[in-house]
Design a protein around this ligand. Structure first.
Ligand SMILES: Cc1cc2nc3c(=O)[nH]c(=O)nc-3n(C[C@H](O)[C@H](O)[C@H](O)COP(=O)(O)OP(=O)(O)OC[C@H]3O[C@@H](n4cnc5c(N)ncnc54)[C@H](O)[C@@H]3O)c2cc1C
Length: 293
């Protein structure tokens, strides 16, 4: 199928208007942001909705990048291309630019949004791995006001999120801590493809170069992007070294839950999860050390 089933189209004029439409139209309605995940699913008839509520007119309310000293706030309608191009974001969190360079192609990056990526809840979504790694907080607004959900609780399973009926993801917040470094690694079958496996890492160092905290997020190796607290526990308080990265890699390889599919076998994906974790950690530490000097 190349043509979606017929649907009605509404263009939201404000976030409150979108919430009102969602409330009124119920589960027969869906928001459309970049449309790069929703529309292919509708064309393939994997999803059918009677109403699409277009939020692309809400750039003033939802399309922004606010870089603060202690926190970065990104509106849900911010596009892949904007995340790729922001030098300020790359300075604070180089993991974003690493990831955006290997997400899809310019056409998708010109329209696809951060909010759409997280709400699609595809287990292979690279930005979900980035947000998990950076310990993001998701701001969800609905008829009863606003609530904040940590990234670790945002995905309830493949294609399921904490965003409830009548609600909209409005903003994603990222804590900024001193002496941090981050990186993203991905293996795909061809340029612009979804990940066979991808891995994000972030580390924070003390004045003596010891790891005070670390986080790793993997994509395409479990029902949803996988945060690995055991990796963080193994790294905290330790001096960075190749041996330490090896130990973290082996925890990541054992701790993920890949399936065999057209992209690779369980064994191959576990191998990649370990190898990419190691590379991302090594690069994160190098970047954190560069910032210190
Ligand atoms: C050819 C191709 C290659 C791709 N390759 C990659 C890749 O390599 N890596 C990768 O990570 N991604 C990839 N993607 C996915 C791409 O990143 C999409 O843009 C992204 O997944 C969805 O963003 P969107 O804005 O297009 O969302 P949409 O398709 O508009 O929406 C997706 C879902 O999120 C909901 N939604 C959207 N915004 C909100 C909101 N603010 N609040 C609540 N619900 C909302 C919609 O209702 C819908 O259910 C690829 C896509 C294509 C078409």
């Amino acid at each position: 199928m190349q043509v979606p089933a017929p649907f009605e189209y509404e263009r939201a004029t404000s976030v409150d208007h979108a919430i009102g439409l969602l409330e009124r139209l119920g589960s027969s309605a869906r928001l459309v942001a970049g449309g790069h995940s929703l529309l292919p699913m509708m064309k393939l008839r994997l999803a059918n909705f009677e109403y699409l509520i277009d939020i692309n007119g809400l750039r003033d309310e939802l399309g922004y990048l606010r870089i603060g000293s202690g926190e970065i706030r990104i509106g849900a309608l911010t596009r892949h291309g904007e995340l790729l191009e922001s030098d300020e974001l790359a300075a604070a969190f180089p993991i974003f630019r690493d990831a955006e360079r290997v997400i899809a192609d310019p056409v998708v990056r010109n329209w696809g949004t951060l909010g759409g990526s997280l709400c699609q809840a595809d287990p292979s979504e690279d930005l979900s791995a980035v947000c998990t790694t950076l310990d993001a907080r998701c701001v969800i607004r609905g008829p009863r006001g606003e609530r904040i959900v940590p990234m670790t609780e945002f995905h309830h399973g493949p294609y399921e999120t904490a965003v409830g009926d009548g609600e909209i993801l409005t903003e994603i917040r990222f804590p900024v801590r001193p002496r941090g470094g981050s990186a993203f690694e991905k293996v795909e079958r061809r340029a612009g493809d979804w990940a066979v496996v991808s891995a994000g890492a972030a580390v924070w160092l003390d004045e003596n170069g010891r790891i005070t905290d670390a986080r790793v997020g993997l994509a395409a190796v479990g029902p949803n992007t996988t945060a690995l607290p055991a990796v963080a526990a193994a790294l905290r308080g330790r001096e960075p070294s190749e041996r330490l990265y090896e130990a973290a890699a082996s925890i990541a390889a054992r701790g993920c839950r890949p399936d065999t599919d057209m992209r690779g076998s369980v064994e191959y994906k576990r191998h990649l999860a370990g190898e990419l974790t190691k590379r991302a950690l090594r690069r994160s530490v190098e970047r954190a050390l560069e910032r210190r000097s």
